[in-house]
Structure formats: C-alpha cells, structure tokens
Design a protein around this ligand. Structure first.
Ligand code: 3PY
Ligand code: MG
Length: 272
C-alpha cells in the first residue's frame, strides 16, 4: 500500500467511517478490520493502557484486511508522533489542538523535509510500505487535529488553513467540559450544537474534512447528513459492552414474555 485509501476517499468528498480501539487488543482489531464497511481503525493511546509494542501487533493483525490504522497519541508531542508513524501507522490523531501554531507543530512532526522535521529511521515503514516509503510518506500520512476547546473553535479557520491538516475532529466530551456543560456523546446543549456547526461550516469553507466522536450508528448517519466526513462509531470496548447489554436485555425480555428486538444480531451461524 503506497497511498492512503482514506485520504483518497476524503479528497473525493466521500465520508470515511471507522472505529476506535480502546483495548489495543490485536484480536479485537482483527475482527473490526474485517468489517468491510469500516474504513479504518484508530488505536487510542491517549486514555488507555496501550503501549507501542502491543500496538505493533494490532498493525500486524490488521494487515490482511488492507485497512489503514491510525493512532491517537497522548499529547501533541513530536517524540510520540515519530515513534507511532515509524512503526507503520498511516496517520495521527492529535488531542486538544488550540491554535494554528500547535497545528503547525503537529504537521511538522508528522512530515519529512522539506515540509517537516520528521527524522529518518522507519525500518518497519520500509518493510511494510516498500523502499519508496520515504518518498511517499508525506502524502500517505493523515493528520487529524482534535478540536476540544472553544478557543480552538474561535480560530478554526486559521487552524484549517495550516497546510497538511487533513481533518478537524471534535472531541465532544472535552469540548463540553471546557464549555462548563454536562459531558456525553451526542451532546444536545444548544451552545455545543452551535460550536459543532461552526466547525462543520468552516470545514466546508476551507475544504477540510470534519468529524465528531459518535456513540451510535444512528448518530453517525445524522453526522454524515450534517456534512461530516471522518469520524468513528464508538470503540471496540463500547461495542462489546453494548452487545453484552443488548443481548442480556433481550434474554430478560424473552423470559418476561415480551417481544424481543434482535437489533441485527443473528442467532444462527457459527461465528461465536
Ligand atoms: C472527547 O470526547 O473528548 C474525545 O476525545 C473523544 O474521542
Ligand atoms: Mg478528548
């Protein structure tokens, strides 16, 4: 793979929907990567006990699927960005970028000269992507800047105009927290809705893909209709929990003699 199919899709103006791995478990990543309608998986190093030597096995587990893996790093830090890209991630998600200077620092860390300062030394990059890795990496690498503070919304056009920023992606919980609002996915507070819409509108003006972390397929459909192009549905841990909760609720309803919604889960088949 010497180009990034997710970047290609975004350039064509199409939505590219993936999910998060908060477990960092290669088996979970393998199952999700084989879901043909998910375009990518993002491993979340920001809030979870995942280390780089585990994550490289997530990359190996997903390889046969042809799906790019991205990584949310713990902070906007050039050392993290270098190590993550060097082991073969095809993009970075950078938390809480507050202004164009911070966006510029993230892009510089992610790109080789002349655009950036990334150092030479990706053995796995060359192994997996081939001997032209250094020539192709700048084009291939997706840079996702997270908008999680109203100060970033106030300068969103300037952030989007930093060359090399591909996506501005909203963290709904941190944004709510920084606005002194109750947290939660699919936030319905009017001021939160207004801030999210400002980011979407700026994305359209500047030709930059936007997104928000969604909690369900139902929200994902609404966000696509709103004009968003790049975002995850939940995470492996969230979907596992929702699956368990849903099936236990169905069992209880069945025992109580109520109609049971299967919610897409098939009871036949041999996948278990
Ligand atoms: C948030 O909601 O703050 C997030 O970072 C989600 O990814
Ligand atoms: Mg956040």
């Amino acid at each position: 793979m010497d180009s990034n199919p997710v970047k290609d899709k975004l350039k064509r103006g199409e939505p590219s929907i993936g999910t998060w791995s908060t477990t960092g478990d290669p088996a979970a990543v393998e199952i999700m990567a084989r879901q043909t309608e998910l375009d990518w998986i993002n491993i979340d190093f920001e809030h979870n006990p995942i280390d780089v030597s585990t994550a490289v096995n997530c990359l190996r587990a997903s390889e046969g699927s042809g799906k790019p893996l991205f990584a949310r790093i713990p902070w906007n830090d050039k050392v993290w960005i270098k190590r993550i890209l060097d082991i073969g991630f095809m993009g970075i998600v950078v938390p809480d970028v507050k202004n164009p200077e911070e966006a510029e620092a993230a892009v510089q860390a992610a790109k080789y000269r002349p655009r950036g300062i990334r150092g030479i030394g990706s053995s796995r990059g060359q192994l997996v992507f081939g001997p032209d890795y250094y020539a192709n990496a700048n084009d291939m690498t997706l840079v996702v800047i997270m908008i999680e503070d109203p100060v970033a919304v106030d300068c969103i056009d300037d952030i989007m105009q930093v060359p090399g920023v591909d996506v501005c992606f909203i963290g709904p919980n941190d944004l709510a927290n920084m606005m002194d609002l109750p947290t939660g996915m699919d936030n319905q507070a009017p001021t939160h809705i207004e801030a999210v819409q400002k980011v979407v509108d700026a994305g359209k003006r500047n030709g930059i893909a936007t997104g928000i972390h969604t909690g369900s397929g139902e929200e994902a459909a609404r966000r696509i209709k709103q004009g968003m192009q790049w975002f995850p549905i939940g995470s492996d841990a969230r979907m596992l929990k929702m699956g368990v909760d849903g099936q236990l609720a169905a069992m209880k309803a069945g025992l109580a003699g109520e109609a049971v919604a299967t919610n897409g889960a098939e009871s036949g088949g041999t996948f278990y």
